[in-house]
Write a protein that binds this ligand. Structure first.
Ligand SMILES: NC(=O)c1ccc[n+]([C@@H]2O[C@H](COP(=O)([O-])OP(=O)(O)OC[C@H]3O[C@@H](n4cnc5c(N)ncnc54)[C@H](O)[C@@H]3O)[C@@H](O)[C@H]2O)c1
Length: 306
């Protein structure tokens, strides 16, 4: 049994990582400041360390006796980062650097960093491989990318084993359904329930690689335990299918749609190549998007139109 720390464990993805670790028989401590996280998200059996990663000395005690850190805490909001680049930088960059410093000083054996496919921005070809030149289109994307650079550098400079996982649009139970940045699926579900038209930004042809949160949680566990990884690598975590357009998702949900101006800082496509991921951590997604989406819709009382 290992003792793991999950930063952001009161959030959407972090709560699923925590749940999986507990199920695997490990001890789990959650570090969170509840800026977007919720107490009720934290699975029973996890310890709670209420702290803010922007303050290094405040969070150091959370790392004592910890074998591995899953670093998910962040302010994951694109439009908010455009409006408030300094506040989001303090959380996503300074906070992340503090996590690496605290982990290094506490002699943690590995840190798995939640990176983002937003580092790719738009690329000349797809699917995207981690060796492509990053092209962040907004402050959030820059901030998440800087976290990767620190992850790799902390391995090279200080021998702190790290792995960065670039998630592609994560969806599933407990995903955010309010606030400045919610995924298109959550927005559509809210609109459908309220009897409103589904709002499509631009022409709806923008396509996304969607990944189920249970698959993402499993990827985190494998990234922590795989012997081949831990040398500052950056790998993709995607859904393993051709991307789905926003219009396609609206069709599955069904009902009237309303078109709006395209959103600033939004890429036209996200699509993960998973070759390196499979090689390094032996992970492949298990949940097909059509199945995962329809299950999520039904869990939320929505009968899919197709
Ligand atoms: N959801 C996605 O589709 C997606 C895609 C790519 C990457 N990611 C990354 O995955 C991670 C988790 O995302 P999520 O969707 O679960 O977001 P979330 O907002 O649900 O969870 C983030 C958690 O971090 C906590 N937090 C924020 N700032 C903090 C601070 N200063 N100190 C301590 N805790 C703090 C929040 O309270 C929250 O519980 C983030 O790092 C995000 O950038 C998410």
């Amino acid at each position: 049994m290992a003792h793991y720390l999950v930063t952001g464990g009161a959030g959407f993805i972090g709560s699923h990582v925590t749940e999986l670790l507990l199920k695997e028989g490990h001890r789990v401590r959650v570090l969170d400041n509840f800026s977007t996280g919720k107490h009720e998200n934290i699975p029973k059996g996890a310890e709670l360390f209420h702290g803010d990663m922007r303050h290094l000395e405040e969070i150091r005690p959370a790392f004592e006796g910890i074998d591995g850190v899953f670093h998910l805490a962040a302010m994951p909001r694109v439009p908010y980062s455009i409006q408030f680049p300094i506040e989001t930088n303090e959380n996503n960059v300074t906070g992340t650097l503090n996590v690496f410093v605290a982990a290094r000083d506490a002699k943690v054996k590995r840190v798995v960093y939640s990176a983002s496919s937003s580092a790719y921005g738009n690329q000349p070809r797809a699917p995207y491989t981690p060796d492509m030149k990053p092209n962040p289109l907004n402050p959030y994307a820059i901030q998440k990318y800087v976290g990767e650079l620190y992850a790799t550098q902390f391995f090279k400079l200080f021998n702190l084993p790290t792995v960065s996982l670039r998630y592609f649009n994560v969806y599933g139970p407990r995903m955010a359904n309010e606030g400045a940045y919610v995924t298109v699926i959550a927005i559509f579900m809210r609109q459908k329930k309220a009897g409103e038209p589904l709002t499509i930004d631009g022409d709806g042809s923008q396509a996304r690689d969607f990944t189920h949160v249970h698959d993402v949680a499993r990827a985190n566990y494998l990234a922590m335990t795989s012997e081949k990884a831990g040398h500052g690598e950056v790998i993709n975590i995607g859904g393993g299918e051709k991307p789905h357009s926003v219009k396609d998702i609206a069709d599955i949900i069904g009902g009237p749609v309303a078109y709006r101006e395209p959103r600033k800082g939004d890429p036209a496509l996200t699509w993960a190549d998973l070759t390196l991921t499979k090689e390094l951590i032996g992970w492949e997604p298990q949940i097909k998007f059509g199945e995962g989406l329809r299950t999520l819709l039904r869990e939320n009382g929505i009968e899919p139109a197709s």
